[in-house]
Design a protein around this ligand. Structure first.
Ligand SMILES: NC(=O)c1ccc[n+]([C@@H]2O[C@H](COP(=O)([O-])OP(=O)(O)OC[C@H]3O[C@@H](n4cnc5c(N)ncnc54)[C@H](OP(=O)(O)O)[C@@H]3O)[C@@H](O)[C@H]2O)c1
Length: 349
């Protein structure tokens, strides 16, 4: 597997990462045995970047990764996040019971709890999961920088912040990675954060790079999804929107079949073609999907193909927004909050 630098941290990462969220929650029932086999296969295939958060499965995801990294700690990059506080006894998939807290005390506590669940004494990339409008981003960066100084964290990341907020944070301490949603059907990073990442040497970690599975063509009907699947809250997957969007993905499918590849591989190869400083982290709990996704690393698309595909899945042609309700509220807060204290109303996302 090809490697690229992780920001200017001095660490090299596999160019493709593995998103581990769905192994705990949000995309149907979990299966720890299957997930562990998938993690081991990912490692065999050369993936070194594993993405988690303390909120995925209310700690379950970090515990799972803790078991996985036991005999290979120094060979993997663990990216995890803090900020969303959830009731540890709440029901998985109930995404509304969350409060955002990026206070210095909470960040220290969250890091210690994550280290315990992961069974390690350091986190490679520790990221603020969402922008907290109630405090300056500089203060949040200082809090994580304190953990770097203490040897508990190797490098700092953020998720879903703006280019300007990234600049403010980077002035306090170098930021290694910015994790924002980026895919063929969600191109907002190109307008704002990608140029800033390039200027500052920050790696863009592209989350939901398969459009939450949609760009693989596998989601043809929401009846196939579990009742608490988070996609049921996303406009793009609803009713007429889904039908209209399927017409686009079916065109990508036709291009893929003609080349003997899959639409998911096209979606990932398109991301690789956007620059050698982007790490897509497709999520899956299945070896079959993982192997297919890894295959995308060797897919190269011609200029003409890239243009045609980008035109077919042009975001202006997509029906409905890509975000879950909580993501949209978080982004609004990030955009309106600036780098200092913001609206308390938006704190609860
Ligand atoms: N920072 C943030 O706020 C944020 C938000 C969302 C996600 N993330 C991170 O990004 C990672 C990836 O995003 P995501 O999981 O939301 O979306 P994604 O990677 O775009 O799609 C994941 C979905 O696609 C399915 N899938 C994967 N490969 C497939 C293939 N080859 N063929 C058919 N279906 C396939 C998975 O199925 P199965 O589940 O059945 O395997 C899963 O349902 C997450 O795991 C998480 O680590 C971060």
């Amino acid at each position: 597997m090809r490697k690229i630098p992780l920001g200017r941290s001095g660490t090299q990462s596999s160019v493709l990462g593995l998103g581990c969220m769905g192994m705990s929650e949000f995309y149907g029932p979990r299966d720890d045995v299957m997930s562990m086999q998938t993690l081991e296969r990912a490692f065999e295939l050369g993936i070194t970047f594993y993405d988690s958060s303390d909120m995925y499965g209310r700690g379950h995801n970090e515990e799972l990764l803790g078991k996985f990294i036991k005999n290979k700690r120094d060979k993997v990059i663990i990216s995890t996040k803090f900020g969303f506080k959830r009731d540890p006894n709440g029901a998985d998939g109930s995404t509304h019971d969350r409060d955002l807290d990026n206070s210095p005390e909470y960040i220290r506590q969250a890091c210690d709890a994550a280290l315990k669940r992961l069974g390690t004494d350091y986190i490679d990339v520790y990221s603020a999961h969402r922008y907290d409008t109630t405090r300056p981003i500089e203060q949040v960066t200082e809090s994580i920088a304190g953990l770097v100084k203490a040897g508990k964290v190797r490098s700092i990341g953020f998720s879903e912040i703006t280019g300007e907020q990234l600049r403010c944070a980077h002035k306090v301490h170098p930021i290694a990675a910015l994790q924002n949603e980026y895919s063929l059907w969600h191109r907002r990073p190109e307008e704002d954060v990608l140029p800033v990442c390039r200027e500052l040497g920050v790696t863009l970690v592209a989350y939901s790079p398969l459009g939450r599975g949609f760009l693989t063509g596998a989601v043809q009907d929401t009846k196939q999804l579990a009742a608490n699947d988070v996609r049921l809250t996303v406009e793009r997957f609803k009713g007429d929107n889904l039908d209209k969007n399927l017409l686009l993905v079916n065109q990508v499918k036709a291009i893929a079949s003609a080349r003997g590849i899959t639409p998911g591989q096209i979606a990932l190869a398109w991301l690789f073609a956007q620059g050698n400083d982007i790490i897509p982290i497709p999520g899956t709990k299945r070896i079959k999907y993982l192997e297919e996704n890894v295959g995308s690393v060797n897919v190269s698309l011609s200029k003409e193909e890239l243009k045609t595909i980008a035109e077919i899945v042009d975001p202006s042609k997509i029906a409905g927004t890509a975000e879950t309700a909580s993501q949209a509220a978080g982004r609004m807060a990030a955009m309106t909050g600036g780098s200092s204290a913001g609206s308390d109303k938006l704190k609860r996302i």
